[in-house]
Ligand binder design. Structure first.
Ligand code: DGL
Length: 263
């Protein structure tokens, strides 16, 4: 039987990543763990996020996954040096996101919009500077966006006002490439584009991870599924009112199973 690819996020935002990956690799099966019970990660300490992340690695290992993708940017920021968990390759979202941004920027001004934990960690800024010291980085935390998306308010006027305020520093710094450094933000892509007058290239986690996986399959570092179609299994540590409805909206028309689990 084909082994699944493990993906984890603190909540439902990582479904934006899952959707892109399952579209890109229809033969692959995915085991998604959403740690809803402990969401948000974005305002927690690095020690706590690391403890949660290791518990999830262990859970996914027991699900016999062939790779672990840390879709969550806040979690990625504390696992930058971890590339392997008991022989299972581990991928963070920050390194490929950085590389994608650097390959796109024309004026060497890159913006990072993320949770407090991601921005405080400096992971994106350090990663960008390590590849390109001359690039000017504007990094801003936007802690109000995750609850608004989780609430299903992504198209609400309130969210638009909040976003306008968060985007102002990027406009002032004239960034031409903005990393959406949080799994929830691709849901807000349309509004972000409008509010930035379609002048910024937006970097999304799902797309950069698809490229990473494509290279891994091509190099034979991860074995691609030989027979399809793959299936999607979503495991969540708590069930909120909106999860199933939002998951259906986000993943449609792809089907999935949903199970509440204890980790
Ligand atoms: N998934 C988190 C991230 O990408 C955002 C949600 C949270 O704060 O837990 O940073």
């Amino acid at each position: 039987m084909n082994q699944a690819i493990g993906i984890f996020d603190s909540g439902l935002g990582g479904l934006t990543v899952l959707k892109t990956l399952s579209k890109s690799f229809p033969n692959e099966s995915f085991c998604y763990l959403g740690d809803i019970a402990r969401l948000p990660y974005g305002n927690k300490s690095p020690e706590t996020i690391r403890k949660y992340g290791l518990q999830i690695f262990e859970y996914l290992k027991n699900q016999n996954v062939k790779a672990i993708i840390i879709a969550c940017n806040s979690a990625s920021s504390v696992f930058m040096e971890d590339h392997d968990y008991f022989g299972i390759p581990v991928f963070n979202v920050i390194t490929p996101g950085t590389q994608a941004a650097l390959s796109i920027t024309k004026n060497n001004r890159v913006g990072v919009l993320g949770t407090s934990a991601t921005i405080r960690s400096g992971a994106y800024t350090n990663c960008i500077k390590s590849f390109s010291p001359k690039t000017q980085v504007t990094a801003e935390a936007s802690p109000l966006l995750v609850p608004l998306v989780e609430e299903g308010w992504s198209k609400d006027e309130v969210t638009r006002l909040v976003l306008a305020k968060y985007l102002a520093p990027f406009k002032a710094a004239k960034v031409d490439t903005l990393i959406l450094g949080c799994t929830h933000y691709p849901v807000l892509k349309g509004v972000i584009k409008e509010l930035t007058d379609y002048k910024m290239e937006l970097i999304e986690s799902g797309e950069v991870l698809a490229n990473t996986l494509r290279n891994q399959f091509a190099d034979g570092k991860i074995q691609a599924a030989s027979i399809g179609p793959g299936s999607i299994h979503i495991h969540i540590t708590d069930l909120t009112d909106h999860f199933e409805k939002l998951a259906k909206e986000l993943l449609s028309p792809q089907e999935f199973t949903l199970t509440r689990v204890v980790i």
